[in-house]
Write a protein that binds this ligand. Sequence first.
Ligand SMILES: *Cc1c(COP(=O)(O)O)cnc(C)c1O
Length: 368
Amino acid sequence: MTKIPFLDLQQVNQPYMAEIKEKVFQSLYSGKYILSDCVREFESAFAAYCGSKYCIGVANGLEALVLIFEGYKILGLLQTNDEVIVPANTYIASIIAVSRAGLKPVPVEPDIRTYNINPDLIEQNITEKTKAILAVHLYGQCADMDAIKKTAAKYKLLVIEDAAQGHGADFKGTKTGNLGDAAGFSFYPTKNLGAMGDAGAITTNNKDLSDIVASLRNYGWGEKYNCIYRGYNSRLDELQAAILVFKLKYMDDEINKKRKLASLYKSLITNREILLPFEAAYGRHTWHLFTVRSEKRDRLAAYLHEKGIGTAIHYPYPPHKQKAYKEWNSLNLPVTETICQTILSLPMNTALNEEYIHIISEAINKFK
Ligand SMILES: *Cc1c(COP(=O)(O)O)cnc(C)c1O
């Protein structure tokens, strides 16, 4: 029996190891370890990739978002206790970022087809205190940015992208990271652009915000040892930046490989018990995750496991049912709950080939 793990990062990174080793050792031998050449090189490469004016490397995706919110507080566009519209169906870090910045997240149900925030439900959740919308590009597919930006413009709200799952995705040809006022990225090892440890970045076209978050990530320094803000230590590490500079060059190739695997899954899986992922016409999916839905999700996962095929659930618990958000536990968010109860991620990574997709699809087609 062929074993197909859900994701084996050792295999995913294997083709790059020889060159990465060289890059990393160069950085180690340079003696320059903090906010130096590799970070600067990555920042300018990633800004160019996204089409944004500025990129600021930070320690991880969660803090990228926190620093954006804190930056807007310093700019006077946000205040403690302001409300931020967030998707109810997202990875919990999107929501924690809002809370951590002293703001109030307001969950809005997703579109059942794209799993991203339903833009038609945003307006009814806007109050006097609403100041921003956090648009998450879940699973590698852009949120409906035209509709989101239209509502944002009407109520003069900031639009912040949580692009932690959206590297390389586009909305009508414009890349994530350049679709709102600012964007937070994660380079957690499993993401479409994955470091070999923790890493993150902020992109924006706003020079003032860029200057502030660049300071905030480094204690809030203006000049060395002289603080303007009560900042953080959330610097992007030089070694991770060295790895990211290298891997960024291959990201589009990797996404294109995943796109081929995704269309193969879509043409091969014919089992009516399984709902295949929907691709909105406004942009191209990048397949950070290939998620199907089934009423028999748990049985399907166990069945595939028995056949040596790994799967995962993104995510088993909706944010509003978690202990950290006790005040939300009794909220009625049926679309989010349906997604959490039925969603299943199939193997989708560059260590796979067409043969594996055939094996997985055939197994799924025999599932009853
Ligand atoms: C991964 C992720 C984050 C957090 O990124 P970290 O680098 O793990 O801090 C935030 N939002 C979403 C949607 C994510 O998938």
